[in-house]
Ligand binder design. Structure first.
Ligand code: SAM
Length: 246
């Protein structure tokens, strides 16, 4: 039986391809790529020449059994997406699940992913964090997600397309306190890489003057407010005090 390798590719800067990723991409029997044209350009630039099979969200259900068959015949497949880690807001999950079901080894290579890169430079605590991927587009459907992020005692992270960012951040402001700190990581690893940090109000003021350009990761700081509800320990203590007081 073969092996499925999950291979991260750069999220901008080509130097972020690892030595191991390059070797696996060269040695694999096939590369399953989300977009064979985009990946063709990358592979050319890093000097990898190999067979590509297209594997994206519209053909993954039908293509997965074909890839499983190849793996069962002993072939090695390296899976890549357009950028960053496969499976992280990208195709690949179905294939991983099927491999596990069929006892086919899955090897995940470490490497670039936008959310982790943004998280560790955000200035917000990295433990715990929640990664939400892309949120629904409709404002009314985003609100329940924002309510959870508002309550969450850790850092919340999501992805948003630049042309939807302004609308999404305005919607976020309807749920968060006006001084809640957020951070935006823009164009990570690229020439125009930058972090925007400030309250949700300040960030929205900034975007009233500047249109979002490039790729963004949005991070919301942990909720640091003391909970108004009593913890179990506090509750036990208060009851004990009441009993003691008679
Ligand atoms: N698989 C990728 C990963 O591991 O991060 C994510 C792919 S998802 C289809 C694309 C989204 O990731 C973009 O809309 C953006 O939110 C985020 N992203 C990807 N590259 C980025 C970069 N260089 N800077 C900031 N955000 C990025």
């Amino acid at each position: 039986v073969g092996t499925l390798y999950l291979v991260p590719t750069p999220i901008g800067n080509l130097e972020d391809i690892t030595l191991r990723a390059k070797r696996i991409l060269t040695e694999a029997d096939y590369i399953a790529a989300e977009d064979t044209r985009t990946s063709g350009i990358l592979l050319e630039k890093i000097g990898v020449h190999n067979h590509m099979i297209s594997f994206h969200k519209y053909n993954s259900k039908q293509r997965a059994p074909e890839l499983i068959q190849l793996l069962q015949e002993g072939k090695t497949i390296a899976e890549i997406s357009d950028a960053g880690m496969p499976v992280i807001s990208d195709p690949g999950y179905i294939l991983v699940k099927e491999c596990i079901k069929h006892d086919i080894p899955v090897v995940s290579l470490p490497g670039p992913s936008a959310f982790a890169t943004a998280l560790i430079a955000s200035g917000f605590d990295a433990q715990p964090f929640t990664y939400w991927g892309f949120l629904p587009r409709k404002a009314s459907e985003q609100v329940p997600y924002f309510e959870q992020m508002n309550e969450f005692k850790g850092t919340s992270i999501f992805y948003e397309a630049p042309h939807r960012l302004k609308k999404t951040l305005k919607n976020l402001a309807t749920v968060l306190d006006s001084d809640r700190q957020i951070a935006l990581a823009r164009e990570l690893t690229k020439i125009h890489e930058e972090y925007l940090r400030g309250s949700i109000t300040e960030i929205n003021e900034y975007f009233a003057e500047n249109d979002p350009r490039g790729e963004f990761v949005v991070l919301i700081s942990p909720n640091t407010q003391e909970s108004s509800q009593l913890s179990w320990d506090e509750l036990v203590k208060s009851v004990a005090q009441l009993v003691a007081d008679g």
